[in-house]
Design a protein. Structure first.
Length: 150
Protein backbone atom coordinates (compact mmCIF):
# COMPACT_ATOMS: atom_id res chain seq x y z
CA UNK A 1 0.00 0.00 0.00
CA UNK A 2 2.91 2.37 0.75
CA UNK A 3 4.25 1.77 -2.73
CA UNK A 4 0.90 2.81 -4.22
CA UNK A 5 0.81 5.99 -2.10
CA UNK A 6 4.36 6.93 -3.16
CA UNK A 7 3.39 6.40 -6.81
CA UNK A 8 0.34 8.65 -6.42
CA UNK A 9 2.36 11.29 -4.53
CA UNK A 10 5.04 11.22 -7.22
CA UNK A 11 2.47 11.49 -9.99
CA UNK A 12 0.66 14.39 -8.30
CA UNK A 13 4.05 16.02 -7.70
CA UNK A 14 4.68 15.80 -11.44
CA UNK A 15 1.32 17.50 -12.07
CA UNK A 16 1.96 20.46 -9.76
CA UNK A 17 3.89 22.49 -12.31
CA UNK A 18 1.11 22.03 -14.87
CA UNK A 19 -1.42 22.88 -12.17
CA UNK A 20 0.31 26.20 -11.41
CA UNK A 21 0.62 27.01 -15.12
CA UNK A 22 -3.08 26.22 -15.73
CA UNK A 23 -2.24 23.45 -18.20
CA UNK A 24 -4.20 20.60 -16.59
CA UNK A 25 -7.61 19.28 -17.43
CA UNK A 26 -10.41 19.82 -14.93
CA UNK A 27 -10.13 16.21 -13.80
CA UNK A 28 -6.38 16.53 -13.21
CA UNK A 29 -6.85 19.81 -11.32
CA UNK A 30 -9.46 18.20 -9.08
CA UNK A 31 -7.15 15.27 -8.46
CA UNK A 32 -4.35 17.63 -7.38
CA UNK A 33 -6.75 19.66 -5.18
CA UNK A 34 -8.09 16.55 -3.45
CA UNK A 35 -4.60 15.18 -2.91
CA UNK A 36 -3.28 18.49 -1.55
CA UNK A 37 -6.14 18.64 0.99
CA UNK A 38 -4.86 15.46 2.59
CA UNK A 39 -1.11 15.86 1.97
CA UNK A 40 0.55 18.75 3.81
CA UNK A 41 3.81 18.30 1.90
CA UNK A 42 2.17 18.62 -1.53
CA UNK A 43 -0.02 21.47 -0.29
CA UNK A 44 3.08 23.36 0.87
CA UNK A 45 4.88 22.62 -2.40
CA UNK A 46 1.88 23.88 -4.39
CA UNK A 47 1.84 27.14 -2.40
CA UNK A 48 5.59 27.59 -2.85
CA UNK A 49 5.22 27.13 -6.61
CA UNK A 50 2.37 29.66 -6.66
CA UNK A 51 4.54 32.17 -4.77
CA UNK A 52 7.47 31.61 -7.12
CA UNK A 53 5.24 32.10 -10.16
CA UNK A 54 3.81 35.31 -8.68
CA UNK A 55 7.29 36.62 -7.78
CA UNK A 56 8.65 35.87 -11.24
CA UNK A 57 5.65 37.54 -12.84
CA UNK A 58 6.16 40.64 -10.68
CA UNK A 59 9.93 40.77 -11.22
CA UNK A 60 11.38 43.64 -13.18
CA UNK A 61 14.38 42.94 -15.32
CA UNK A 62 15.62 46.49 -15.14
CA UNK A 63 15.34 49.42 -12.80
CA UNK A 64 14.88 51.67 -15.82
CA UNK A 65 11.21 52.34 -16.49
CA UNK A 66 9.70 51.45 -19.84
CA UNK A 67 9.19 55.12 -20.77
CA UNK A 68 12.79 55.98 -19.84
CA UNK A 69 14.02 53.00 -21.86
CA UNK A 70 12.15 54.17 -24.98
CA UNK A 71 13.43 57.69 -24.46
CA UNK A 72 17.01 56.41 -24.21
CA UNK A 73 16.63 54.32 -27.37
CA UNK A 74 15.19 57.28 -29.30
CA UNK A 75 17.90 59.67 -28.12
CA UNK A 76 19.54 61.63 -30.95
CA UNK A 77 23.01 60.47 -29.93
CA UNK A 78 21.92 56.82 -30.07
CA UNK A 79 20.27 57.34 -33.45
CA UNK A 80 23.30 59.23 -34.83
CA UNK A 81 25.81 56.61 -33.68
CA UNK A 82 23.59 53.83 -35.00
CA UNK A 83 23.38 55.59 -38.38
CA UNK A 84 27.14 56.17 -38.48
CA UNK A 85 27.75 52.55 -37.54
CA UNK A 86 25.54 51.29 -40.35
CA UNK A 87 27.20 53.62 -42.85
CA UNK A 88 30.67 52.46 -41.80
CA UNK A 89 29.65 48.81 -41.94
CA UNK A 90 28.04 49.08 -45.36
CA UNK A 91 30.85 51.29 -46.68
CA UNK A 92 33.50 48.86 -45.46
CA UNK A 93 31.64 45.93 -46.94
CA UNK A 94 31.29 47.70 -50.29
CA UNK A 95 34.99 48.65 -50.28
CA UNK A 96 36.09 45.07 -49.58
CA UNK A 97 33.66 43.70 -52.17
CA UNK A 98 34.83 46.28 -54.71
CA UNK A 99 38.48 45.42 -54.18
CA UNK A 100 37.67 41.72 -54.43
CA UNK A 101 35.73 42.21 -57.65
CA UNK A 102 38.49 44.37 -59.12
CA UNK A 103 41.16 41.80 -58.22
CA UNK A 104 39.01 39.03 -59.64
CA UNK A 105 38.34 40.85 -62.92
CA UNK A 106 41.98 41.84 -63.44
CA UNK A 107 43.35 38.39 -62.59
CA UNK A 108 44.75 36.95 -65.84
CA UNK A 109 44.47 33.34 -64.60
CA UNK A 110 40.64 33.51 -64.54
CA UNK A 111 38.89 32.94 -67.84
CA UNK A 112 36.39 35.29 -69.45
CA UNK A 113 33.51 32.84 -68.96
CA UNK A 114 34.07 32.64 -65.19
CA UNK A 115 34.32 36.42 -65.00
CA UNK A 116 31.03 36.84 -66.86
CA UNK A 117 29.26 34.26 -64.68
CA UNK A 118 30.44 35.94 -61.48
CA UNK A 119 29.46 39.36 -62.90
CA UNK A 120 25.96 38.05 -63.67
CA UNK A 121 25.60 36.63 -60.12
CA UNK A 122 26.76 39.88 -58.52
CA UNK A 123 24.51 41.83 -60.86
CA UNK A 124 21.55 39.69 -59.80
CA UNK A 125 22.30 40.21 -56.11
CA UNK A 126 22.67 43.95 -56.67
CA UNK A 127 19.38 44.16 -58.59
CA UNK A 128 17.54 42.23 -55.86
CA UNK A 129 19.06 44.37 -53.12
CA UNK A 130 18.14 47.62 -54.88
CA UNK A 131 14.63 46.31 -55.53
CA UNK A 132 14.04 45.38 -51.88
CA UNK A 133 15.62 48.60 -50.63
CA UNK A 134 13.45 50.68 -52.95
CA UNK A 135 10.33 48.79 -51.87
CA UNK A 136 11.12 49.29 -48.17
CA UNK A 137 11.76 53.00 -48.67
CA UNK A 138 8.43 53.40 -50.47
CA UNK A 139 6.55 51.39 -47.81
CA UNK A 140 8.23 53.34 -45.03
CA UNK A 141 6.35 56.47 -46.06
CA UNK A 142 2.93 54.84 -45.74
CA UNK A 143 3.57 52.14 -43.12
CA UNK A 144 0.75 52.54 -40.60
CA UNK A 145 2.53 50.28 -38.09
CA UNK A 146 5.91 52.07 -37.94
CA UNK A 147 5.02 53.93 -34.73
CA UNK A 148 3.47 50.92 -32.99
CA UNK A 149 5.34 50.03 -29.83
CA UNK A 150 5.34 46.49 -28.55
Amino acid sequence: MASRTNHIDQHVGELLSGYIDGELTQQERQRVDIHCESCAECHQLREELRNIRRDVGDARLSEIGEDNWREMMNDRTVQATRGIGWLLLIGGFLAVAGIGIYEFLTDPSVGLTEKLLVAVIYGGFTALFVSVLRQRLIERKSDKYKDVEI
